[in-house]
Design a protein around this ligand. Structure first.
Ligand code: HEC
Ligand code: HEC
Ligand code: HEC
Ligand code: HEC
Length: 339
């Protein structure tokens, strides 16, 4: 028994280490995606592909409805966004919304079922704003979402609150525990910074502010404040870039040639789509999600009292195109795109 233990302990230790770290075991596939050399090689791990595929299944589609019929605004009492849908389209969409956001609770998650026109539940007020936000994505951000578009399921996947959201981490509950007296918003390995020691609040600066300082590279020979940015700003950029890469399940060289990160002429066209994605997420956070803090109950807010916000992972969930390019606008097109 003693000998078995002696032999077993190192294995248990090694297995334990593998379990607590994010280390991916070899072999890893590699593919040349741009110029020859190591600057544009894409690495993928075939063993996580199946897990990602499970997490990225599109929802069942409802199919088309019969055209014609009275408009929702003429039939119902309190319809502020979806008034131009026909009654059939409207009810069809309510069914969709239910399966995308509250499949267990049904209509009652947002409605007082005795009085469907009432706005007494915060979930209904939030859902109305979400409908406006979804239309903004589909109408105004085709530079990012193309003709594929998004619906509530793109973020929610059957959950009340999407699984991948972030709140202001300036006051991260773990931040000032332990040996570090002041962490200065870094040196805490959490999901949002890819478990590095980089700043964990990069998204508060770079994915909400209308004028983010993501560009940090200088064209000058010596580091100066005029030519580039401070070390702190640079760390925030790297933290955001890691977060984006994890969100899409790609390496840096999916977008960049790593011999010249800043140079657009050597980057892939994905980087342009990503650029629009960054701007889109900033608008969603600043205009729609952050202001919803006043509607949400306290248990939905972050430690600093702000509302949960979106990032690349919210829709992408580890793949380069959400649900492998599933076309969300095939179903309920009228409800999801403003007239
Ligand atoms: C995730 C939240 C949510 C769920 C779940 C939901 N609804 Fe709604 N419902 C809304 C919102 C928001 C409105 C208002 C839309 C607007 O202002 O354009 C609305 C409006 C309505 C109205 C119009 C009431 C009136 O007179 O103004 C009816 C009818 C309705 N829903 C039926 C249903 C039914 C039936 C279900 C279940 C199959 C359902 N809803 C599930 C959010 C929801
Ligand atoms: C870009 C991602 C995104 C899309 C698309 C989206 N939501 Fe949300 N939703 C969120 C986030 C983030 C929250 C968390 C609360 C907040 O930040 O306001 C949320 C919260 C909610 C809540 C509150 C749930 C609760 O229990 O507190 C409801 C209801 C909701 N969404 C309905 C919808 C509906 C209906 C649609 C489609 C018309 C939709 N959402 C589309 C991101 C999204
Ligand atoms: C999905 C595409 C994408 C991925 C993956 C990505 N980036 Fe970026 N990166 C961008 C975009 C877009 C910008 C430009 C943002 C802007 O100008 O507002 C950028 C900017 C940068 C910059 C600043 C360049 C300058 O002008 O100063 C650096 C440095 C950088 N990325 C490094 C990285 C690193 C390191 C990784 C991997 C950990 C990475 N990026 C992954 C899209 C990406
Ligand atoms: C509201 C949902 C949503 C969010 C949030 C989102 N994306 Fe996307 N993204 C999409 C959709 C949908 C597509 C597919 C568009 C298509 O098929 O043309 C896409 C496509 C892309 C592509 C092109 C992929 C390819 O292989 O052609 C890149 C790159 C990308 N997104 C980067 C980002 C980055 C970076 C962020 C965060 C800053 C982000 N996205 C946030 C919905 C989203």
């Amino acid at each position: 028994m003693k000998y078995i233990l002696l032999v077993a302990i190192p294995y248990v230790f090694v297995l334990g280490l593998a379990a607590i770290s994010d280390v991916e075991t070899p072999p890893i596939d590699s593919e040349q995606v741009g110029f020859r050399g190591t600057g544009m090689v894409q690495m993928t791990n075939p063993r996580i592909a199946a897990k990602l595929e499970d997490a990225n299944q599109p929802p069942d589609e409802f199919g088309p409805v019969e055209p014609g019929g009275d408009l929702a605004k003429d039939i119902y009492e309190n319809v502020q966004v979806l008034g131009d849908l026909t009654d059939d389209e409207f009810n069809h969409f309510m069914l969709g919304v239910t399966t995308w956001v509250s499949p267990e609770e049904g209509c009652g998650y947002c409605h007082n079922e005795e009085n469907l026109a009432s706005d007494e539940k915060y979930t209904k007020v939030v859902a109305r704003r979400m409908m406006q936000m979804t239309r903004t994505i589909n109408n105004e951000w085709s530079d990012h979402v193309g003709a594929t578009g998004v619906n509530c399921y793109s973020c929610h996947r059957g959950n009340h609150v999407p699984e991948y959201v972030w709140t202001d981490e300036n006051y991260h509950p773990e931040a000032n525990k332990g040996f570090a007296a002041s962490r200065n918003d870094q040196n805490l390995a959490v999901d949002v910074n890819g478990h590095t020691s980089l700043p964990y609040n990069a998204m508060a600066d770079l994915l909400t502010s209308p004028d983010p300082q993501i560009r940090v590279q200088s064209n000058l020979a010596l580091p100066t404040r005029q030519g580039g940015q401070s070390l702190q700003t640079t760390e925030s950029t790297y933290s955001l870039m890691i977060n984006m890469s994890e969100g899409l399940g790609v390496n840096c060289n999916y977008c960049h040639n790593s011999r010249a990160f800043g140079d657009w002429s050597q980057s892939s066209d994905k980087r342009v789509t990503a650029f629009h994605g960054i701007n889109m997420v900033q608008e969603l956070n600043a205009t729609y999600l952050d202001p919803l803090a006043s509607e949400l109950p306290e248990n939905r807010l972050g430690p600093n009292g702000d509302a949960p916000k979106a990032m690349c992972m919210t829709c992408h969930q580890g793949v380069n195109k959400p649900m492998y390019g599933w076309e969300a606008l095939n179903d309920h097109p009228k409800a999801l795109v403003a007239q």
